[in-house]
Design a binder for this molecule. Sequence first.
Ligand code: UDP
Length: 331
Amino acid sequence: MKIFVTGGAGYIGSHVVKLLGQYGHNVLVYDNLSTGHEWAVLSGTFVRGDLSDRRLLTDTLNDYRPDAVMHFAASIQVEESTREPLMYYRNNVVNSINLLDAITDLGIGYFIYSSTAATYGVPGTSPVDENAPLKPINPYGMTKVMVEKVLQDTAAARGLKYIALRYFNVAGADPDCEIGQAYSRATHLITRALRTAQGAQDRLSVFGTDYPTRDGTCVRDYIHVADLSAAHLLALMYLRQTGESDIMNCGYGHGFSVLDVVNVAKTVTGVDFPVEFAGRRPGDPPELVADSTKLKRLTGWSPLHDDLPFIVETAWKWEQRLSRKAGASDR
Ligand code: UDP
């Protein structure tokens, strides 16, 4: 298939692009490089462009004529979204509408969307399934709820077929160590812990120790980026075979606290890096754990890396490689 991938130079998108290439798909990556890197695009053609540039977007789609679109490009940091909501609504909602406008005009039928567990807010159950109410507690989560709604209405009106994948906490790196999280200002826990172990920052802050969880720190369902990438290919195959739009959680179904992750990071790196206990970070729910029964049942998804030490090991190998790369000089 010909697949147009927005955000394909970023962390998750680049892993999916690599996998699409391995499966013989033809890929065009459209990315503004705000957080991604052209060297991370290991398959297909790269076009540097912004989704707000409707002329370039339409021209690129017109020339390429894809069969399907995977839409990763978005702003994704919860805390930043509480400070810069307009930027989040513009980048995530307005730009997604630009993209949907362009592709429905061209009659492109299949769309895989990067959604998030942040759509649930503070779920009443754990693990949480797709039928839980959507009550986001931060602007980032609200942008994703809004685009899910736009997709539902566009599917009804224009015949678009879509799968929205609600990611839980994506982590780890390509087991071949060719790509990984390369954004210098990434705020995610595993990346921050490993960069602290490398000495790139003095200490790791643990945000909040008074949550109603086992040890008082937030609990998350960490999913390896390679398993998440496989979910994208399976979701696309499912969509082509059935034509059924749907929404599916992506996670392993069990959670680890921030302190669990810190301990694994110390063991994997062999560095007893300094940790400070800090206040809560705005927008963080106490616990997010996925019920991914639907993804498994409908697409046959069968994760290979449900193993936190393995996730952290792949990320650690990547961080060591990245710190040697010339491109990492801005860290
Ligand atoms: N976290 C932390 N210190 C950090 C980064 C993250 O304590 O330097 C916590 C954060 O408050 C949350 C959990 O780790 O409870 C996961 O955060 P992350 O940013 O990795 O993912 P999110 O759940 O926000 O998507």
